[in-house]
Write a new protein. Structure first.
Length: 198
């Protein structure tokens, strides 16, 4: 799920459902975008990035209830998850076959939506992948290990699958799960303050 301009977007495999968020916090379904096995989405600025089968699509959210397709990045197989830091898009591509366990992290320059070059790729099989950013770093959490994405490749770090899970922001509070513990942070002026574990 992702939120932009009082609009909630939810990846639902065959579509991305679009909901209006009302003043009392309830949601009302407005429309949807047809997709091909969309497993995850991210929003950066006023753009929505959709991880799909054999492609990543980029939508403009100038009209939040009617996203407009702006770009498509073609890939070899299923994009399981993605993350965005500054002008770089990080994606995990699942290349598993009947008898093989393969995958890789792809990095694209998204400065110009007319030209989306791949700038790096790193091979790594990941069982049940989840990507998440922390500051300017991107992490890949797998049941078979946790990795930090660096310029030269993937750096293995301590922690099991539960080291890295999704984050959620509500009413100025960021909730994230790391190492099986819920971490709560107050978000003020784009800085993280009052960090605390509970």
């Amino acid at each position: 799920m992702a939120v932009f301009a009082r609009t909630l977007y939810a990846a639902n495999y065959s579509e991305i459902d679009i909901f209006d968020i009302t003043d009392d916090g309830s949601i009302e379904r407005k429309s949807s975008i047809k997709t091909n096995d969309c497993k995850n989405i991210r929003i950066e600025g006023n753009k929505l990035f959709a991880a799909e089968n054999k492609k990543i699509r980029v939508f403009d959210l100038s009209d939040p209830h009617a996203p407009e397709l702006k770009a498509t990045i073609s890939v070899e197989s299923n994009i399981e998850d993605l993350e965005i830091v500054e002008n770089q898009l990080f994606a995990y591509e699942n290349l598993n076959g009947l008898l093989t366990r393969k995958g890789k992290v792809l990095i694209f320059d998204i400065t110009d939506l007319e030209n989306l070059p791949e700038i790096a790729e790193f091979e790594q099989y990941c069982n049940d992948p989840e990507m998440q950013k922390s500051g300017n770093s991107v992490y890949l959490g797998c049941k078979n290990g946790t990795f930090k994405v660096t310029e030269s490749g993937l750096q293995s770090i301590n922690g099991s699958k539960n080291y890295l899970r999704e984050g959620y922001v509500y009413d100025g509070i960021l909730y994230q799960v790391f190492s099986g513990t819920l971490h709560k942070s107050s978000i003020k002026a784009e800085k993280t303050e009052e960090d605390g574990w509970f």
